[in-house]
Design a protein around this ligand. Sequence first.
Ligand code: AMP
Length: 181
Amino acid sequence: MGPPGVGKGTQADCIKNELMIVHLSTGEILRAEVDAKSVIGINAKLYMDFGRLVPDNILIEIVTERISKSDCQNGYILDGFPRTLPQAKGLDKMMHSIGHDLDCAISLTANKDELLDRLIKRGEESSRSDDTPDVIRNRQNIYWEQTAPLLDFYHDKGILKEVDGLGEIPEITKRILDILK
Ligand code: AMP
């Protein structure tokens, strides 16, 4: 978990390779649905283009289906999910029903202004329609309002670990792996 731009996707990719588990990014899954112009994609685009959260029921459906697949049976790292309390509760339920356990919730932390600069730079280089300054600001606000409260949810479960998200990429990966191992 962590605010937009903190490096969740980058770190999830590094960890996936180290631990040989699956990296599930709900943002990437949704972008693929948008590109494929599927019903989910057409609906999701209405929210994503404004930096708003796609409705919980769509996300829960996508993740339930995805983590039931055979490639997820040795483990997976969720990136960008859950983002709301109903999603977190939905995840608990779906994992429990297929005999999975959530080992750890990693919270990557960083300074807000630094993240805004990083994302604006990424926006100049990427083709993501939600990396424009206004939409970025909206995504940041939504993180602090709707997703950050989940940190308490995982803290209360005793599985929340905070990791400083500033620094060189390999250094941050090492911090995360040290916790996971
Ligand atoms: P991301 O690539 O994780 O930054 O996600 C890009 C966009 O996809 C977000 O701004 C949301 O519009 C949507 N999205 C991704 N994951 C979720 C989620 N768990 N809940 C709701 N919307 C999501």
